[in-house]
Design a binder for this molecule. Structure first.
Ligand SMILES: [Zn+2]
Length: 100
């Protein structure tokens, strides 16, 4: 790695919060192996509130990989987030009535 780039990364790492320090390695692991469910949740939650890590993740191709390799899971999450409150309520009631 070029020294200039190393310095930039070091400076960026020193500005990051603790959570970023924990999440960034996971973004790299995602390129090499399938992340655990807990790791994916952690990353997704963190990226919601952290622009720096989101930019980093985009840069290393993390989102591309995860969204395509693990597309089945992402799709089901999208479906959940696009359900209307009415639909969620209907599903919840249906589940409750089955549980009784
Ligand atoms: Zn972050």
């Amino acid at each position: 790695m070029a020294d200039g780039l190393k310095m930039k990364i070091k400076r960026w790492l020193s500005r990051m919060g603790d959570e970023c320090r924990d999440v960034v390695p996971l973004l790299s692991y995602a390129l090499d192996r399938k992340l655990t469910f807990a790791e994916r949740i952690r990353i997704r939650l963190h990226l919601l509130s952290c622009n720096a890590c989101t930019t980093y993740a985009n840069n290393i191709g993390f989102l591309h990989k995860v969204f395509h390799i693990h597309g089945d899971k992402i799709d089901s999450e999208e479906i959940q987030t696009t359900l209307s409150p009415d639909a969620k309520d209907r599903i919840r009631k249906a589940l409750e009535s089955k549980a009784e």
